[in-house]
Write a protein that binds this ligand. Structure first.
Ligand code: ADP
Length: 187
């Protein structure tokens, strides 16, 4: 069973590549960003608590996302594509423990490599149509800072486990997908 972590900065194209991978390998797509946005849209207690944090571009607390991920793994029978999680080293350690609890493990971590100026360009472009309240210039800067400080070390975490696959995230969507698939097939 494939359990893949899709990794990359905000704007790296995780959403786009997730859709393709999920369809190809029949995986469950677990996006913490989508799960959190749903809480906000549904105006749940949790949604009300996290809205201002997400609007500022900072990470919400680990407890909140870990609980969501635990539930998602518990109910999955087909293999998972994790998108937007783990977002820091503590979450990566927790994910390994959770997977072990269900007798499973992470197969690999695929990271999409995109330079910062291209990331900013894409997010500002997306802002025009996404309607996402965190797609504005100030929040984008904070999201990139959070990514560099907290999320980037997650790549080394998987590198040490020999599970890190780095893919060039600039170019045609189909070419990027083909590189990801080629790397997965080689495993
Ligand atoms: P992007 O990667 O494009 O910034 P996401 O949809 O993955 O977008 O995340 C949007 C926001 O949701 C983040 O800025 C953060 O506030 C919150 N979030 C998503 N995943 C996590 C996570 N694993 N841990 C903490 N916060 C998260």
């Amino acid at each position: 069973m494939l359990n893949i972590v899709l990794f990359g900065a905000p704007g790296a194209g995780k959403g786009t590549q997730s859709d393709l991978l999920v369809a190809k390998y029949n995986l469950n797509h677990i996006s913490t960003g989508d799960l959190l946005r749903k809480e906000i849209a549904d105006q749940t207690e949790l949604g009300k608590r996290i809205k201002s944090i997400m609007d500022s571009g900072s990470l919400v607390s680990d407890d909140i996302v870990v609980e969501m991920i635990d539930k998602a793994i518990a109910s999955d029978t087909q293999g998972i594509l994790f998108d937007g999680f783990p977002r820091n080293v503590a979450q990566a350690e927790t994910l390994d423990k959770l997977m072990a609890k269900y007798g499973r493990s992470i197969t690999c971590m695929v990271s999409l490599d995109v330079p910062n100026d291209e990331l900013i360009r894409r997010m500002l472009e997306r802002a025009k149509i996404s309607g996402r309240s965190d797609d504005n210039e100030e929040t984008i800067k904070n999201r990139l800072k959070e990514y560099e400080n907290k999320t980037l070390p997650v790549a080394s975490y998987y590198e040490k486990q020999g599970k890190h696959i780095k893919v060039n995230g600039v170019g045609k969507v189909e070419d990027i997908s083909a590189s990801i698939i080629a790397a997965i097939e080689k495993l």
